[in-house]
Write a protein that binds this ligand. Structure first.
Ligand SMILES: C[S@@+](CC[C@H](N)C(=O)[O-])C[C@H]1O[C@@H](n2cnc3c(N)ncnc32)[C@H](O)[C@@H]1O
Length: 219
């Protein structure tokens, strides 16, 4: 039984290679200057996102929920050469903060920031993506799924963060707030989608990884 989760997480971080100087600074500054810093993906999930982008050969990535740019940098680092990542954030106050780190990471020409409500921006997008990462407000996860799935290429990856939502998904007594209801509905929708091969990973707050298949299969 693991009884010291923080120590285990630190061990995993170190043995995953840790953070480079840019991500370490971004992580530190986010915690020092930005509210709700715990929303940041962090080093282990960041490495996993980078690896998934790289293994899937993604050239075009859509991220819903930029925050201070940590996951955008990780995903963009894994993206195929010549690729581009579009990231949507509704809070204009953190646009410059994230942009500064995209420049420091030498990725500002490949990361396109969209400032506004993802529920309005996604329907205006026409080009398809190879990887979509859902990580904005939890209440609207079902809508993000409906809006973005048609934009995902066959064989592409759909990744969603916080699908365990602090374990609240397990307890119907805790399904009263809109955020938890959004996650529960999202997970129920995913369960019925035979066109999505998927795995729920119990890392951090739960990470769902799905692959959109051309052929339907039984789960
Ligand atoms: C969990 S944070 C994203 C964390 C980031 N992906 C990372 O790993 O560092 C969620 C972000 O989504 C943004 N957000 C919430 N609702 C949104 C919406 N409707 N459209 C766009 N962004 C939204 C929030 O302002 C917040 O910055």
């Amino acid at each position: 039984m693991i009884d010291n989760f923080d120590a285990i997480y630190d061990y995993c971080t170190t043995h995953s290679g840790g953070e480079d100087a840019v991500l370490a600074r971004l992580n530190r500054e986010t915690h020092a200057k930005v509210l709700y810093a715990r929303m940041i993906s962090g080093p282990v999930q960041g490495k996993l996102l980078q690896m998934l982008a790289s293994l899937s050969g993604a050239r075009r990535i859509l991220e819903i929920g930029t925050f201070t740019g940590y996951s955008a940098i990780c995903l963009a680092r894994g993206m195929a050469q010549g690729g581009e990542l579009h990231t949507i954030e509704k809070n204009p106050e953190i646009e410059d903060f994230a942009h500064r780190f995209f420049i420091e990471a030498n990725l500002s020409d490949r990361i396109i920031q969209h400032i506004g409500d993802a529920l309005e921006i996604i329907p205006s997008m026409t080009e398809k993506f190879d990887l979509i990462f859902i990580d904005a407000d939890k209440e609207h996860y079902p809508e993000y799924l409906d809006l973005s799935l048609p934009l995902l290429n066959d064989g592409g990856l759909l990744i969603a963060d916080n699908v365990l939502w602090d374990g609240k998904v397990l307890d119907p007594e805790k399904h009263r707030d809109k955020e938890t209801q959004g996650i529960v509905q999202f997970n129920a929708k995913i369960l019925k989608m035979n066109e999505l091969e998927r795995i729920f990973l119990p890392i951090r707050d739960g990470l769902l990884v799905c692959r959109k298949s051309i052929e339907r299969f039984e789960s």
